[in-house]
Design a protein around this ligand. Sequence first.
Ligand SMILES: [Zn+2]
Length: 558
Amino acid sequence: MVVTPYRDVGTGHRDPGWRAARMPVPTSLRAFLAVLILSLLLVGCQQVPTATPAIEPSPTRTSPTVTSAPATATQAPTPAPKLTEEPAQANWREIVIIHTNDEHGSLLPGESKDFIEGGAAYSAASWLRKGYDPNAPQGNVLLLSGGDNWTGQAISTWFRGESTIEVMNAMGYKASATGNHEFDAGQEVLRERIKQARFPYLAANLYRQGTEELVDYVKPYLIVVVNGVKVGIIGLALKETPDVTAAKHLEGLAFGDYEPALRRWVPVVRAQGAEIILVEAHICPQALALLAEKVKDLGITLFEGGHCHQAAVTSAGGALVAAASNYWRDYVLTRLIYDPAAGKVVKSEHELVDVLLPQAASPAPEPTVQSIIAKWDERTQTVLGEVIGYTATGLGRESAALHNLLIDSWLWAYPQADVAMSNLGGFRQDLASGQIAVRDIVSVLPFENELYELEVKGKDILYALKASGEPLVLGGIRREGEGKVILLKDGSPLKPEATYRLLVTDYLYGNPSYPFKLQDQQPYETSISWRQPVIDWVRAQKSNQDNPLEKRLDAQSR
Ligand SMILES: [Zn+2]
């Protein structure tokens, strides 16, 4: 398996770009939409009770009935994939698992002239067109997420995930792994979201700090009865969550190792009668494959991951291992054939299905989900629709013009500070050309960060520049010349022994990859959202079509 080393890392994201980080998947595989692993898997060989006692509450199936989008001749051709032959024996049970991950609140699809890509309602329509309905009563379809459900589009971020959960409820999700972004608005908000969700958040390795006690608002596992078969789903949270999430949101939490958590909970789940065991993990596919090898003796059938935004469909340690990319742009469709008499999975296969639909085919979104999205979109338009400026060309997320706009606006709004620094990873989208609405700024900067003011020496600033793993966006200073001399705005060199006031986000401050916390242990918490100065500055420029924002931007990299 080849995995490009790119990680989605929290508020400090080095986020894989649109499409950029997909794992290479052979064309033949894509064309056939499948990696077929038809070998008999020796998983699930353990004898399981043949009687089916009523055990764990099966997930509520009270979600609204989802009407299949009518298949018309003009719809995108999505022929049902040829998977295996039908179950060879009448008592064999088929279980279909649909897995998405890193949805990041992408309720709305990406649209270009030629294609519609991703989005919740188009994803739902895609699997319904194939005949897989997660909401069908007594159905055989299990819809699961690998986590990072929200933080992304303004329609999700502004409402702190509430819209996303309403949509996921309607889509028929039965469980989600607990992604690092689930903590983006703090644990109280996460609790609210979990209460709102008709499905549990799973994390068997999320402990109260200093104990082996699990956190009360997530569950280690869920057992559901699907097509008469008891399926145990064990969840795992990303061990590195503290490296990529603002520390203030993780108070009292400890993220433990994966293997001990599985060794602790697999026997429990099996003792509860689970006949098939799956792992839903907010873990990149490469690490997940290593984990699958390590625990191959546990008889886990399927590992599904996320976090890296890398689609992968593979196998390891006798189990299927997979992840989708992100934003509902694709999903992993897994089909298991279970033989109750033998007490084992006799066939298993999975494939990655793209949600990339030609505009020419006028693809239809799933109407129930679409109506919920439309409601939230309207609320978003109202709240965030205020037009605050105009850009003629648009600003790329990696452009110096956009970086300088952000950082200079901080110093404009907070002139007491001398210097400002931000990481690149917080910039999540381009600013599209045309009118700029508040929502566009939220979409570019979706994280809930606030500004901290630090008192540091010039040498601390120089050290931070050297020590950080990625180039920092700079305000109030610039690098110049081959020797990368650091100059202040007025052209004078930064003095190593002088004291400066430095603005950084609370995320950067709390992140152990940066030295700021050591440099000033008593920062001033300004309570200013990091995006508010951007909104205020853009609004103050009164830009319009005749007088676009570009005229006021510094596009020089620093
Ligand atoms: Zn993640």
